[in-house]
Design a protein around this ligand. Structure first.
Ligand code: SF4
Length: 313
């Protein structure tokens, strides 16, 4: 048996776990604690493998009130229909998907955002996460969000003036928002790594730790949208930094830049579309958020769109 995450805080019952069947074995996941258990002695027949991807990210809207220097998001006006979204979430859940991540644009600008999180948490067994710039989080919003989301990712590229040059917002204000957030829901920090932000990594990791973050996700910049891409030297420095990292906050890195980084990949066989897909704010299903190609889901049932995407890949 392979434990993916620590189960030291585990006081949960088997009924708290959602199960998923795949080529790597039986996967159990508790969305309240974030505990994953992979029972890899169990051989699951192919016809019983879960049909939905393990994780799906959805850009609810392309709207955003910031204008970051490296922004990847499409600037084309687009927003997803609420009823369509709830249908997709229900179907994905029934087909063994473990979690959905709402993003954008800025997902908190989605008009029925709280209702959507409520629906996903109460009507499905999906783990609900969101990625936000954090500046719209206040007590009233967080009170409504409480209990309706399982994990929040806050973007924090650089600290102090580095952050402010990139995001055009006060770093101190961001820290205040994160302090409010940590009272409501577990959170992690997303960190775009490029030549401007690499020098702040030590301080950022320390601040993330002090604030109580449970994960620091490194996102080496990719050349999409306004992003120029991480240069070779910065990439080397980042690899070295990861190798020497002794901090307490768990490190994670985007799949695009795992070369030269010691990573733990428990799901060795359940890869590609079986592992993850993205739906953009136009309703196009893609293998990842940076891809230019995909399948328009709006006119298809989501499982049919997945099959079309799988056949094309
Ligand atoms: S990077 Fe995120 S927060 Fe910044 S402009 Fe783009 S969508 Fe908005």
């Amino acid at each position: 048996m392979t434990e993916v995450h620590s189960i030291s805080k585990n006081t949960s019952r088997v009924s708290d776990y959602k199960s998923r069947f795949g080529p790597d074995g039986l996967h159990l996941f508790n969305r309240e604690t974030g505990t994953n258990i992979l029972i890899d002695e169990v051989m699951i027949p192919t016809d019983r493998w879960s049909k939905a991807p393990r994780q799906v990210s959805i850009a609810l809207t392309n709207a955003c009130d910031l204008s970051c220097t490296h922004c990847y998001a499409s600037k084309q006006k687009a927003i997803l229909d609420f009823d369509l979204l709830t249908t997709w979430l229900r179907t994905l859940d029934l087909n063994g998907c473990m979690g959905v991540g709402f993003g954008g644009g800025e997902p908190t600008l989605y008009p029925k955002f709280i209702e959507l999180c409520e629906y996903a948490t109460n009507e499905t067994g999906l783990a609900v996460t969101l990625t936000t710039h954090g500046h719209r989080l206040d007590e009233a919003f967080l009170n409504k969000l409480s209990g309706n989301v399982h994990f929040v990712r806050v973007s924090m590229d650089g600290v102090g003036s580095t952050y402010e040059d990139i995001r055009g917002r006060s770093f101190d204000e961001l820290v205040k928002k994160i302090k409010l957030l940590k009272e409501t829901v577990p959170f992690g920090v997303n960190y775009v790594v490029n030549a401007a932000t690499i020098g702040d990594l030590d301080e950022a990791a320390q601040i993330a730790d002090n604030l109580g973050a449970s994960e620091l996700l490194l996102l080496p910049e990719v050349p999409v949208g306004r992003g120029k891409g991480i240069d070779d030297n910065t990439n080397r420095v980042m690899q070295e930094w990861v190798r020497n990292y002794l901090g307490d906050v768990r490190l994670a890195i985007s799949e695009t830049h795992t070369d030269g980084i010691p990573v733990c990949e428990p799901f060795e066989m359940e890869t590609g579309i079986s592992s993850y897909v993205h739906i953009d704010a136009m309703g196009i299903l893609k293998t990842n958020s940076f891809s230019q190609d995909g399948v328009l889901v709006n006119h298809l049932k989501i499982m049919d769109a997945l099959k079309t995407l799988r056949d094309r890949s």
